[in-house]
Design a protein around this ligand. Structure first.
Ligand SMILES: Nc1ncnc2c1ncn2[C@@H]1O[C@H](COP(=O)(O)OP(=O)(O)OP(=O)(O)O)[C@@H](O)[C@H]1O
Ligand SMILES: [Mg+2]
Length: 227
């Protein structure tokens, strides 16, 4: 799916990390549009700043300078509480390392992001169970992360990212460390979701197979996007 309206516009983005006085410039005047309902792939060498960029698009971190517009709204101009609400409602994350909470079951991990705002916990758990079912884990709802395989954990992480029906799903190496079969299963899931829901996906990957299948690929080089 790919309609040509820009959902996200990233304008002259700079991000440096600081170690005392020493500046490490990572993103250096990066411009990028993400269109509504597209699957955008981001590739680039290790350490070039892909995760940094994804975290900033997801508002988990702030740019040093520059802007991110979601449907013309400058999100970093929002007060912190509104920014947190925006993040929780509109953005789903699949992290580079799945970040599941070890002391909670698969079901609880998926449900958690919706329980905070929910009037009805039972409905949230039903949604979480339906999502686990969708990702093929109906037999694993009560398992803890340590009792799941790597591919299963990643599927739980995808279900978790979807619980609030976000407009945008940001995925950092969703198939990293998985064998070919698990990785293909994850990719099929992402394409299916995109086709059914029209959700927009931004996917960071080293996986050539994945990069070949997305709607559009951009490469990060020297802190900027090259096509
Ligand atoms: N919190 C931080 N503090 C200081 N430096 C950081 C921090 N996070 C990342 N960096 C540095 O910024 C650069 C970009 O890191 P980033 O994690 O964005 O790279 P990446 O492209 O995602 O790499 P990979 O493909 O290995 O995941 C790296 O040189 C890294 O060492
Ligand atoms: Mg990374």
């Amino acid at each position: 799916m790919n309609s040509k309206e820009a959902l996200i516009r990233i304008v002259d983005l700079h991000k440096s990390y600081y170690d005392g006085e020493a500046e490490l410039p990572v993103l250096q005047g990066l411009d990028l549009k993400v269109n509504t309902s597209e699957i955008l792939g981001i590739i680039g060498a290790s350490g070039v700043g892909k995760s940094t960029l994804l975290h900033i698009i997801g508002t988990l971190d702030r740019p040093t300078t520059g802007h991110i517009l979601y449907e013309d709204q400058d999100i970093f101009a929002l007060p912190d509480t509104e920014l947190a609400r925006f993040r929780n409602q509109e953005i789903g994350f699949v992290f580079q390392f799945h970040h599941l909470l070890p002391e909670f079951t698969a079901l609880e991990n998926v449900a958690m992001g919706a329980l905070i705002a929910a009037a009805n916990n039972k409905a949230v758990y039903e949604d979480a169970e339906a999502l686990l079912n969708y990702v093929g884990l109906s037999e694993r709802v009560s398992h803890y992360p340590s009792q799941l395989s790597g591919g299963e954990r990643q599927r739980v992480a995808i279900a978790r990212a979807l619980i609030n029906k976000p407009k945008v799903v940001l995925a950092d190496e969703p198939t990293g460390n998985l064998d070919r079969r698990s990785s293909d299963a994850i990719l099929e899931l992402l394409w299916d979701l995109n086709a059914k829901s029209g959700q927009t996906f931004v996917i960071v990957t080293h996986n050539r197979e994945l990069a070949r299948q997305v709607d559009r690929v951009v490469e990060l080089v020297d802190g900027k996007v090259v096509l």
